[in-house]
Design a protein around this ligand. Structure first.
Ligand code: F0G
Length: 358
């Protein structure tokens, strides 16, 4: 039977790889583009969700990591390093394990989600918690890569961006054109840059008639691009995008310019509300950082910026199981506890509000 072979095999002709490149793949990419009827009804647009949580380690990072690790191994690397808010570390550790090399991962102390931490440990990553934030981790990772025999696999490595651009190829293949709008979370702005590149290549080869307007969103407490200045102490419950000094800041500004795009900031409570709407009305469970795409769409549609009938794609970047605690939080900050009932069918029926037939 035929199965999806991962982005390097599927898009070999559109990536800088040769028969000398060892392809290190876990079958990433080929993720579903889901028609989101509830979001279409709420906004009047035709809304699709690109569910990147369906990648092998549960986030979009795998698209870039297959390329970065394959190229690193081609160039003889025995060790890779990255800074991470969690997903990059999970992905780097998994691909390094598959390649039989080592991965060192630097994460901000106490600020990454449990699922992601577990992944890095499970895949045997050399995990170090730094007593600082993501931006501090990235500075150290860059220093180490410059002065020691370790290969940097953060998105400042162009191979990462190259792998990630394939998500735009997949969307164009399904829609048979680019969407009118593309909504996406922004941390380092690597993925915003990657999609813009992917869509640009599709336009250049005549597969589309337009570029989508690229709409990127940061959490209000971590919104350096929106505010136009570095944020020294970024804060947000969306830990994946808790970043104050985005590595691809300049590239992102160029991409916004080129696509007539937009950058906005969203408060944490709106992020959590959007996570709930997506999970309960569409059936797609994502981590908080990913839900910012949904929150951004609802806000911009409300503001009249998304004309009725527009085709809209939202990238949701990571799976809800990565950081499940937020789904169990009640509005007053307590914990959801499912009702407890004795072993008794009638009592269960009563709790469910069911009335017996006849
Ligand atoms: N969404 C998720 C779930 C992420 O993990 C990240 C970045 C982003 C969005 C933002 O993507 O940085 O390309 O703008 N996570 C990085 C990490 C920083 O270390 O896992 P970006």
């Amino acid at each position: 039977a035929k199965q999806w072979r991962g982005v390097l095999h599927e898009y070999a002709d559109r990536l800088d790889i040769s028969d000398k490149t060892p392809i290190i793949s876990l079958g990433e990419g080929g993720t579903p583009l889901i028609a989101a009827r509830a979001l279409s009804e709420r906004t009047g647009a035709r809304v699709y969700v690109k569910f990147e949580g369906m990648n092998p380690t549960g986030s979009f990072k795998d698209r870039g990591m297959t390329m970065a690790v394959s190229k690193a191994v081609e160039h003889g690397a025995k060790a890779i390093i990255c800074a991470s808010t969690g997903n990059t570390s999970a992905s780097a550790a998994a691909y390094a394990a598959h390649a039989g090399i080592t991965a060192a991962v630097l994460v901000p102390e106490g600020k990454i989600a449990m699922g992601k931490l577990s992944q890095a440990v499970a895949h045997n990553g050399q995990l170090i918690q730094i007593q600082g934030n993501f931006d501090d981790c990235l500075n150290i990772a860059r220093d180490l890569a410059e002065n020691y025999p370790v290969h940097l696999v953060n998105s400042v490595n162009n191979d990462r961006i190259e792998g990630q651009k394939t998500a735009a190829f997949e969307i164009v293949e399904v829609l048979e054109d680019a969407p009118d709008f593309h909504f996406i979370p922004v941390g380092n702005a690597g993925n915003y840059t990657a999609y813009t590149r992917g869509y640009t290549e599709e336009l250049e080869r005549g597969a589309t008639t337009k570029l989508p307007r690229m709409f990127g969103f940061q959490a209000s407490g971590s919104a350096p691009i929106v505010r136009g200045e570095l944020v020294r102490h970024p804060e947000t419950i969306a830990s994946a995008i808790r970043i104050g000094n985005p590595a691809s800041w300049e590239l992102a500004l160029t991409a916004r310019e080129k696509t007539d795009g937009y950058f906005g900031a969203i408060d944490d409570d709106k992020i959590l509300l959007a996570q709930k709407i997506l999970a309960s009305e569409v059936g797609v469970f994502v981590e908080p950082a990913s839900a910012i795409s949904v929150a951004g769409l609802l806000e911009r549609a409300e503001a009249g910026q998304v004309p009725a009938g527009s085709t809209v794609v939202l990238t949701v970047t990571g799976h809800g199981l990565k950081d499940p605690q937020w789904a169990l939080r009640t509005e007053d900050g307590g914990q959801v506890t499912p009702t407890i009932v004795p072993v008794d069918t009638a009592e269960v029926a009563s709790v469910l509000g069911l009335v017996a037939e006849r």
